[in-house]
Design a protein around this ligand. Structure first.
Ligand code: 26Q
Length: 811
């Protein structure tokens, strides 16, 4: 939009006074933020409503991305940037003597997700709007987000995250679009005499689903999509029934809090309630919107695509069937065809313990109609496949087995497309996890390697690097990320390399200041910044990182005069509250940090920083300052990873196993521009097959490794209690499930190579530059373009998006 500084200042003063009835100068920083957000939303309102009308008039196909999690991050700056008024607003605020950076930090970062999956959903929202594609989010407005993490004596403590404490300027409560979701009771089906079957319900619990809509603003174009988050309330007509506060609380409890587990599934009734609540509200509201198009029902798949983000929303399949059968009175065959054509599913994990399976009894009593339909879907599946594929394959793909409903099976059978999130991961789905389905429906399987939005993760998070790139190669790369490769041409320019080094140093100084202020720890900005930021999980092997740090520490202690490249190891990680081992690893790393950071003999050579409460906002501070990106999961376990892409884009060199999207990173950047180590997936499989891995033998044979491991249990690390012993035992006595000891040597070697390279600044900077220049292909814009063309079959709205983005496919 166009806006002058003068106009903005006038608008801001007026908006503030309208809200608070006093002068903005007397407002708190939160109030100043709130007023600014409010004004920005008003600026948006016009275009938002235009986008909506345009979509209805053009009858364009709409995508609905169903996800139990979204991690949008702070929205003020990103909205201003995408609206192309960030600089104007900054200048205007300066004129009013308000510091933009302070106002920006007053926004609460909505943590409505656990990690990768939720952040991916939000990157996708950004790309959809920026490409002018009609794609919307559908999720839950959790009253409390992912817990706030604190460390007390090095232990993780979880506090409630009341993200709505100051209100939320970006959302609009849309009572007129509320729908009712039914739970429990009895249901039976009777013929109505006209050949239709009508379901009857009794004693159901009815919940009101109220949508809160948040605008998703596209980059420099006027497409504004919608992220619709549902909140549970007591239906007004039933308020008398829920006279007690407790019973009303129970209803609101459905959307009270996000489940903090990202890799361990527990069959909790409340979680199932959340899933159906979000799914039913979302599907109902889509069907209502579809009516506005005024076209025949069988054309639904031509106008609507529903995407199932992991199995959590897989009940979309039976819910859509329910509406088509019970409310639209379609035949089973017709309804099934429409459902399959409408739905598509992404798998994000291959860990067995994360696979969703719900007990039949639970589904039967909480969602009786869903159960009937799932049973019928399964019945049809078996009847159809038995003659074609025989008993083994047919029953192996059954949705219901051993009293449990397998949600992945439901999602695959009910969708026309199934995708993994990196090439290796998709291959594992095809060859292993979903192999039986791949035999049956090879045409459904496809890969969509994850991507990230370069707007938030580079343009906004790292403005100096953005400027440097633009100075050299012009603006085009901002809307056509493949153009980033032009930056490679400066690989030999001493001047550009030096500027790049200066940008990195400045970002590191910035982070060092933040660390000083928030952790009271002094770090040397000239040390090598080594970063591992992601959820804490044994398969991600933060403890391998910890063993390497211990090894360095012991070497320094052995020879305090040792000539070693100074390093700062940076961690950010939350552990699921019920995941004891992960919490013990946090305590271990914190204890190592305490020991190392307070040892005068160590000095600058080694520092360990473990940030509390890692999330999107912290990531934006850490990533621009990173030099080594730790992507060290056991090969075959990390579906894709996305911090690997963000760190690469900001010039960090990747130190990685050949897992997830690290493989594609290698393909683009070249092996010589990263540090690869460890077992590959074939070697891991070989060990699994032969069962001949013995971690104990490695412990006994490898002196260096033994010294490190012994330090966990011999009192070297102060403040550590049983945690050292627990980690030691799992690695030495319980045969090291994730091959940490096996990969230790090659991991240490990779780090030695990194140190060596770092001593040649020019070479390091060259590789850093090549990494930045090779990261274009990981733009979520490409990922979304592929989803859109190959799965959803949606078109950009030309009228809305006058060729802002061009689409040269990378390489
Ligand atoms: C399931 C049932 C009950 C409660 C919680 C859950 C649950 C919630 C979240 C299960 C899994 C998750 C999140 C998974 C996730 O974030 N996976 C990551 O997805 C990224 C985006 O595709 C990948 O890059 C990562 O590799 C993958 O780990």
């Amino acid at each position: 939009m166009t806006l002058t500084v003068k106009q903005f200042k006038r608008d801001y003063k007026k908006t503030f006074e309208n809200i608070y009835a006093f002068d903005f100068k007397d407002g708190s920083i939160e109030q100043q933020y709130f007023a600014l957000g409010h004004l920005v939303r008003n600026y948006l309102a016009d275009e938002w409503s235009q986008s909506r009308h345009h979509y209805i008039e053009s009858k364009a196909k709409q995508v609905f991305y169903f996800s139990m999690e979204f991690l949008p991050g702070r929205q003020l700056k990103s909205n201003l940037y995408n609206m192309d008024i960030l600089e104007t607003v900054k200048e205007g605020l300066k004129g009013l003597e308000i510091e933009f950076e302070e106002v920006e930090n007053a926004e609460v970062d909505p943590a409505l997700g656990n990690g990768g999956l939720g952040r991916l959903a939000s990157c996708f929202m950004d790309s959809l709007a920026s490409l002018g594609l009609p794609g919307h989010g559908n999720g839950i407005r959790y009253r409390y987000g992912l817990f706030r993490q604190k460390f007390v004596d090095g232990y993780q403590v979880e506090l409630p995250e009341n993200w709505l404490r100051n209100g939320n300027v970006w959302e609009i409560r849309n009572m007129n679009s509320a729908v009712t979701v039914r739970f429990g009771g009895n249901v039976w089906v009777e013929p109505d005499g006209n050949g239709n079957f009508i379901p009857f319900y009794e004693n159901t619990e009815n919940i009101l689903a109220v949508p809160y809509d948040t605008p998703m603003v596209g980059y420099k174009n006027i497409t504004i999509n919608n992220m619709r988050l549902w909140s549970a309330e007591v239906p007004p007509e039933e308020e008398e029934q829920y006279q007690t506060i407790e019973s009303a609380e129970k209803i609101k409890g459905i959307t009270e809090v996000l489940y903090p587990d990202d890799s361990n599934y527990e069959g909790r009734l409340l979680r199932l309630k959340q899933e159906y609540f979000m799914v039913s509200a979302g599907v109902q509201s889509i069907i209502q919107q579809f009516y506005k198009y005024n076209i025949p029902r069988h054309q639904l798949p031509e106008k609507i695509a529903i995407h199932i983000n992991d199995t959590h929303p897989a009940l979309v399949v039976p819910e859509l069937m329910r509406i088509l059968l019970d409310e639209e009175h379609l035949s089973w065959e017709k309804a099934w065809e429409i459902t399959k054509k409408t739905c598509s599913y992404t798998n994000h994990t291959i860990l067995k313990e994360a696979m969703e399976k719900w007990p039949v009894d639970m589904v039967k009593s909480l969602l009786p109609r869903m159960y009937q339909i799932i049973e019928a879907i399964n019945q049809h599946h078996i009847e159809k496949k038995l003659p074609l594929y025989g008993e083994r394959l047919t029953y192996a793909t059954s949705i219901i087995k051993d009293g449990q409903i397998n949600m992945a099976h439901l999602a695959v059978i009910g969708s026309h497309s199934v995708n993994g999130v990196a090439q290796l991961h998709t291959n594992i789905l095809k060859n292993d996890v979903l192999h039986d389905f791949y035999e049956m429906y090879p045409y459904k399987f496809n890969n969509k390697t994850n991507g990230i939005t370069q707007r938030r993760w580079l343009h906004i998070a790292n403005p100096d690097l953005t400027k440097l790139i633009t100075k050299q190669i012009g603006e085009e790369w901002k809307t056509n990320p493949a153009e980033l490769k032009v930056f490679k041409g400066f690989e030999t320019s001493e001047e550009v390399l030096e500027e790049l080094a200066q940008v990195k140093l400045k970002n590191k100084e910035h982070l060092a200041e933040y660390i000083k202020e928030n952790l009271g720890l002094e770090i040397n900005p000239n040390a090598l910044f080594d970063v591992q930021i992601k959820r804490l999980h044994a398969y991600k092997r933060q403890h391998l990182n910890a063993l390497h740090i211990l090894d360095r520490y012991l070497r320094i202690k052995e020879n305090p005069a040792i000539d070693i490249q100074p390093r700062v190891f940076i961690f950010g990680a939350k552990a699921a509250p019920s995941y004891l081992y992960a919490k013990q690893i946090i305590k271990l790393i914190n204890s190592i940090a305490d020991m190392v950071n307070n040892d005068p003999e160590v000095g600058d050579k080694l520092k360990v920083v473990f940030f509390e409460n890692y999330g999107v906002s912290l990531a934006e501070k850490i990533i621009p300052a990173a030099e080594i990106s730790e992507q060290i999961s056991l090969a075959g376990k990390e579906a894709s990873g996305t911090s690997n892409m963000k760190l690469m884009l900001n010039g960090a060199l990747t130190l990685a196993t050949l897992d997830g999207a690290n493989i594609e990173i290698r393909d683009y950047v070249g092996e010589e521009n990263m540090f690869i180590f460890g077992l590959n997936i074939d070697e891991v499989s070989e060990f699994y097959k032969k069962g001949n891995y013995s971690s104990k033998k490695l412990y006994e044979k490898n002196k260096r490794l033994k010294r490190v491991l012994d330090s966990l249990i011999d009192g070297t690390i102060p403040g550590l209690y049983e945690e050292g012993r627990v980690v030691f035992d799992s690695l030495v006595h319980y045969n090291d499930e994730y091959f940490v000891l096996k990969d230790f040597d090659s991991y240490v070697k990779a780090h030695e190579k990194a140190d060596e390279l770092y001593s040649n600044k020019k070479k390091w900077n060259q590789k850093s530059l090549i990494n930045i220049a090779s990261s274009g292909p990981f733009s979520a814009d490409y990922t979304i373009k592929r989803y859109s063309e190959e799965i959803w079959k949606t078109n950009p709205q030309k009228k809305l998006n006058e060729g802002v983005h061009s689409f040269d496919e990378p390489i």
